[in-house]
Design a protein around this ligand. Structure first.
Ligand SMILES: Cc1cc2nc3c(=O)[nH]c(=O)nc-3n(C[C@H](O)[C@H](O)[C@H](O)COP(=O)(O)OP(=O)(O)OC[C@H]3O[C@@H](n4cnc5c(N)ncnc54)[C@H](O)[C@@H]3O)c2cc1C
Length: 498
């Protein structure tokens, strides 16, 4: 068998069987046994392809494999056969080229906060992008960062210079590459500026054959579009230049509790249309007396006191009960991250099964959808923490074609509607997961019937036909980008698109 022979990797034969303990370095790949081997094993192999020399490490010790065999969802488990901790982009280039030559699947993994196995690969190679985490520069013209940088580190570094990313997700212990591959809906920042993918100026990408390319709207623009919200299908994002905007010093968040859904939507639409708040949304708690609390946040500098009577004018009488809290800017940005991290510390959160449903609904259908969905939720659907998300997004500010949103003229807004279920007990629970998967697919179908679209972070088993419907008019182009940039089909099998 020649060293360049290609072929699908047998996932079963690739299952790791190495002992726990010390880090075991990989010497290469046995092309007949289709498995990574140590130096000792390589000596006995007649079909051995030596792994490239690396600046970082290539390992297959049990601990490294186990750490890369699950994500936050704890629904899908896939064990890789080797883990790359790159010491340079060159390492990623070399190893992707090696895997492409030998038909070995590759999954780039950021912080593993996806819910449905998106960063996992059975038998193949996981690239832990977090080992490349340099913030190269920060300025008014943008931030130049490695893809393994955590958003929270970028946010802190930028704030020292009075700047902040244009779009900031609720949880910020995620990587730049991870959210740029998903979309990055900015719940802590303005609902009128698009997603994080709308604020990438240029990317460095390693394609599925190991070619390193820069891309932007004006250079290799197809690759740029294919990488942004591209779920890692066409390349590994290794570095990005991102928009930064001036940061304010403080945030004031008004909270208004609503007992009924129509009044909530009436008021949040008034505020969204007026555009005076910086961030708007709700973290609903269905099944409670006030299932919907509207969070309306305005950023301001010291000395500029927000005027509630002006900002909250013209709302329903319940808005008279609005309470507010003041935060320093960074404290506000980390509110949700701190809450999730407290769950992790106190509720064994990382080990819970999390069948999250994340959908985008068109403006004209959202209210009815939420009414019906809330009415259907059981205590099991809610789980111990029992909350969701309802956030408006200005449709016209989202421009990247692979971040799919409801189309059609049903008003300026689309809405993120999420149900963030977690399991009562820790550890894998296939029966619970299976019931929740059925439920999520039902949620998805109900949403799709009224023009809704899935945000592919959540847990929903899609058929090939579902993926085609998901990408709609972009499907043919996505397929041709996949063929062009990953001709051996090795990249990122987790989402199950191709
Ligand atoms: C508590 C919580 C809150 C969240 N809040 C928000 C929110 O407000 N807005 C929002 O939009 N999302 C939110 N998410 C979803 C989150 O942004 C995505 O799951 C994101 O992909 C996680 O980033 P990560 O670094 O953990 O990526 P991973 O989970 O490791 O990877 C996600 C996908 O991207 C691919 N990938 C990772 N790195 C790269 C790379 N460098 N190049 C190419 N492909 C890559 C992986 O293969 C995988 O398919 C939240 C998730 C959690 C758990």
């Amino acid at each position: 068998m020649s060293l360049t022979e290609r072929g699908p990797v047998s996932r079963r034969r690739f299952l790791a069987r190495w002992g726990a303990g010390t880090v075991v370095l990989v010497a290469g790949f046995d092309l007949v046994a289709r498995q990574w081997v140590t130096e000792a094993a390589a000596a006995d192999s007649t079909s051995f392809a030596a792994a490239p020399s690396l600046d970082g490490t290539l390992t297959f010790d049990a601990e490294s494999l186990a750490a890369n065999a699950h994500d936050q969802g704890n629904i899908v488990f896939r064990t890789p056969c080797a883990v790359l901790r790159p010491g340079s982009v060159r390492d990623i280039r070399k190893m992707v080229a090696f895997c492409s030559d030998h038909g070995i699947e590759v999954a780039p993994a950021g912080a593993h906060h996806a819910m449905f196995g998106q960063p996992l690969v059975s038998g193949g190679l996981v690239i832990e992008t977090r080992s490349l985490n340099t913030v190269h520069s920060i300025g008014t013209d943008g931030a130049d960062v490695d893809a393994g940088v955590l958003w929270k580190d970028l946010i802190e570094a930028a704030y020292e210079q009075g700047l902040t990313p244009a779009s900031i997700t609720s949880y910020t212990s995620t990587t730049v590459g991870g959210t740029l591959s998903m979309g990055g809906i900015g719940m802590m920042s303005s609902y009128q500026v698009g997603a994080q993918v709308d604020h990438a100026q240029r990317l460095q990408v390693v394609t599925g054959e190991g070619h390193q390319k820069w891309c932007s709207d004006t250079q290799n623009s197809d690759l740029f579009e294919a990488a942004l919200a591209g779920l890692g299908q066409c390349g590994v994002i290794t570095r990005a230049t991102l928009d930064l905007v001036p940061a304010k010093q403080s945030a004031r968040t008004y909270r208004i509790g609503y007992a009924d859904i129509p009044t909530f939507f009436q008021d949040i639409r008034v505020l969204a249309n007026r555009g005076e708040f910086d961030s708007l949304g709700s973290i609903p708690q269905p099944g409670t007396a006030q299932p919907l609390t509207l969070w309306a946040t305005v950023f301001h500098n010291t000395g500029e006191v927000p005027d509630a009577s002006h900002l909250l004018r013209g709302l329903s009488p319940v808005a008279d009960t609005a309470a507010f809290e003041d935060y320093g800017y960074l404290d506000y940005i980390s509110l949700v991250t701190d809450m999730y991290d407290a769950f992790a510390a106190n509720l064994d959160w990382d080990a819970k099964v999390k069948p999250w449903s994340d959908l985008f609904l068109p403006d004209g259908a959202v209210e009815e959808y939420v009414e019906a969905m809330f009415a259907s939720l059981t205590p099991e659907d809610l789980g111990p923490t029992g909350f969701g998300l309802i956030f408006p997004m200005l449709r016209s500010s989202y421009g990247r074609p692979l971040l799919r949103l409801p189309s059609g003229a049903s008003g300026p807004w689309v809405w993120l509607v999420s149900v963030l279920t977690d399991s009562a007990r820790s550890g894998p629970d296939p029966d619970f997961a299976s019931r929740m998967m059925d439920r999520n697919y039902r949620f998805y179908q109900d949403a799709a019937a009224v023009g809704g679209v899935r945000y592919p972070h959540g847990a929903c088993a899609f058929t090939e036909a579902d993926w085609q419907a998901h990408y709609g008019s972009m499907w043919t182009r996505f397929v041709s980008w996949k063929n062009e940039y990953d001709p051996n089909g090795i990249l990122t099998p987790g989402p199950g698109i191709f």
